[in-house]
Write a protein that binds this ligand. Structure first.
Ligand code: WTA
Length: 652
């Protein structure tokens, strides 16, 4: 078992702070009030999920709820539906037609509200634009946009015509964008002339142009005008979004998709240098995210929900683009950052739009704690009734601070554990049913099942081990784009092909509550963003001065983890601050700013086993200033001792 420890310290909590019960007022209005739902679901999972699937509309019903041939599971086999139809057309036949679907606030304070009818029109028009450019069912469309309404319109338009979207986070570099476009073999790219970040303009189109010099199959680029920045326009390839939409017809018949047709691909980091294209289906995915959204966020017609995730991550797909719209919810989307122009931006937004449900990350919460309560205290947050968190383990102190200072002591906090691969939330409380414990994501949702296993696959009733999922879930990934074997090897091989390996460690307490302990593989989680050690290593060694590199994640008070690179330079290069900064910049250029190493340490050699494998575990010990773990398997024990001495001298 890799080294793991409980994040934060539960022991420092007062007795009354160890468990929180939802208020009777909350319980009385909750979407789920009866805990019998867990048993009902467990008795007959297929019947249970079939019941959930009836909440969405199908052109043609399925003939089989689930077809489980481990490790592959098909859901709602034979069923036909369209995701965009379910997110839009359904609502314009009801009072939701005139309801706000998206309330957008731009970084500079601009406001734009789209009702369900407005969004329906925009999506239909843009779907026709894509069709007019020759995009058809199954084609891949790459999306590289800031957090503007057009991002959601673009995803919905793809879903409407059955094109497979693949969103690349706007912070990724030209190289990262290129690699993803090539891997997915996208035909078309949707981007913007730029985006805003902390008052600066991010030159998305310029980055895209660079990436596209090596993507011959991208025949068309659609550019949204966001900043008014001058951009190069490639004749015949580049088109302005507004021109195309202006000429497009107002209705586009939704494509009748098979439940198992791929809805999207989203790349995420793994333990090799190459990101994985996680594929999601149409039917199972929509049923999964629509259902979990209703349960966990307790969404009501009158709510104003705000998820702070960017469209570039899975949360921006499942709990911005699909879950909320499938439920006819009203949501805020925000382009900017919490501290621009000032540190009260989030609280101003909540006050201004009367946000009732907030979904954000532990990194954000810890940052707010550091900034102090004067910022939220100066705003009216009384509209809030539920708080959520996602992306990384939350320490009990941050959980309590969130509940106390943002939730004013009475909002339930839902800590939601899930992954790009699971598509939707798996472990989280049903807020009207379950007492919560600060720092615990509680238990698997109804119809789902998780377990803690030892290395050998033995069940751990109470204690720590590997987190595994033991029953198929509708929103679970369909596979890895272009690499079916990697799907089997990465997730379904550790203990046979019926148990899903999450890559996370967790602990189960006496009451069956699960406490997440972070990744147990070589994936680093910086502010809730996954970065592979190997990706950063290959970025480092792609610099001409670097002979060898090893990268580890170390604990960080705010971001959860931070990246540390150990580097061996080639002969003739000098290990100094300037070189360290050059290498950091190089990683930013190759991958993007999210992968920027916090520290670079130069080494003469790296600790390796006799078979030549770098021992990252020991490097973590060095970087976190711990006593070195077992070094008996090392080829040369002197190497790591020297490193430790050097590291302690430089950083102690
Ligand atoms: C981590 C984000 C603890 C975990 C939705 C997982 C969490 C990875 C939590 C997936 C949580 C996510 N508590 N850890 N509530 N939520 N994680 O694919 O390590 O970007 O494996 O999906 O984030 O990250 P991803």
């Amino acid at each position: 078992m890799p080294q793991m420890k409980v994040p934060g310290s539960v022991d420092v909590l007062l007795k009354e702070e160890r468990e929180f019960f939802p208020s009777p007022t909350f319980v009385a209005q909750a979407n789920v009030q009866d805990k019998a739902i867990y048993e009902k679901a467990a008795e007959n999972r297929e019947a249970f999920w079939a019941g959930c699937a009836k909440a969405i509309e199908w052109y043609c019903p399925w003939h089989q709820v689930m077809n489980w041939t481990p490790p592959h599971c098909k859901w709602f086999v034979g069923g036909k539906l369209n995701v965009s139809y379910n997110c839009l057309d359904r609502h314009i036949k009801t009072a939701a037609r005139n309801k706000a679907a998206l309330i957008w606030e731009g970084e500079r304070g601009e406001e734009r509200t789209l009702t369900y009818w407005d969004l329906y029109l925009e999506v239909n028009r843009f779907a026709n634009v894509l069709k007019n450019l020759g995009i058809t069912k199954g084609d891949r469309v790459a999306i590289y946009l800031p957090m503007i309404p057009e991002a959601i319109i673009a995803l919905q338009a793809c879903a409407r015509i059955g094109a497979i979207h693949t969103v690349i986070f706007g912070g990724f570099s030209a190289d990262s964008l290129r690699d993803r476009i090539l891997d997915a073999d996208a035909k078309l790219l949707i981007t913007a002339d730029g985006g805003y970040r902390r008052g600066n303009v991010i030159t998305l189109k310029q980055t895209a142009d660079k990436a596209l010099t090596e993507c011959p199959n991208v025949k068309d680029v659609i550019v949204v005008r966001r900043t008014g920045l001058d951009v190069d326009v490639v004749e015949g390839r580049d088109h302005w979004y507004h021109n195309l939409v202006h000429h497009a017809a107002a209705y586009c018949e939704p494509e009748q998709m098979d439940a198992e047709d791929t809805l999207f691909i989203l790349y995420t980091s793994g333990t090799t240098g190459k990101p994985k294209g996680i594929m999601h289906t149409t039917g199972g995915y929509l049923v999964g995210v629509a259902t979990t959204y209703r349960w966990v966020f307790d969404i009501k017609d009158h709510d104003v929900y705000w998820c702070t995730a960017d469209i570039g991550w899975i949360t921006g797909h499942s709990y911005v683009t699909y879950g909320p719209l499938a439920n006819g919810a009203t949501q805020v989307i925000f382009e900017g950052t919490p501290d621009w122009p000032d540190k009260d931006r989030f609280w101003r937004i909540i006050e201004k739009y009367g946000v009732t449900i907030l979904y954000t990350t532990p990194t954000a919460i810890r940052t707010f704690m550091k900034w102090g309560t004067q910022w939220p205290d100066a705003c009216d947050l009384t509209t809030l009734r539920l708080l959520g968190t996602v992306g990384e383990p939350i320490n009990p102190e941050a959980w309590i601070w969130y509940q106390k200072h943002i939730g004013r002591g009475h909002c339930p906090v839902v800590d939601t554990w899930w992954q790009t691969e699971t598509g939707g939330i798996v472990i989280a409380p049903l807020p009207g049913v379950m007492p919560t414990k600060p720092g615990s994501a509680t238990k698997a949702l109804p119809g789902m099942a998780a377990d803690i296993l030892t290395d050998k696959g033995e069940h751990v009733e109470v204690g720590g081990g590997y987190l595994t999922l033991t029953s198929p879930i509708p929103s679970m990934m369909q596979g890895i784009w272009g690499d079916p074997q990697r799907y089997v090897d990465t997730y379904w091989s550790r203990w046979g092909n019926r148990l899903y390996f999450t890559g996370d460690g967790a602990r189960r307490d006496e009451e069956g509550y699960l406490w997440m302990l972070g990744r147990v593989d070589d994936v680093i989680n910086v502010s809730g963003h996954r970065i592979g050690s190997m990706e950063v290593e290959s970025a480092l060694v792609s610099h001409s001065a670097v002979a060898e590199a090893a990268v580890v994640g170390i604990e960080d008070e705010i971001k959860g983890q931070a990246i540390v690179g150990f580097v061996i330079l080639k002969e003739g290069h000098h290990s100094n601050d300037a070189m360290a900064e050059t290498l950091r910049q190089h990683v930013v250029k190759v991958i993007g700013a999210i992968a920027r190493p916090q520290k670079i340490l130069f080494a003469r050699d790296l600790p390796k086993t006799r078979s030549g494998k770098i021992m990252r575990r020991l490097l973590r010990d060095v970087a976190e200033g711990r006593v070195l773990g077992d070094i008996t398997t090392l080829a040369d024990a002197g190497v790591v001792e020297e490193l430790k001495k050097k590291y302690d001298e430089e950083y102690a």
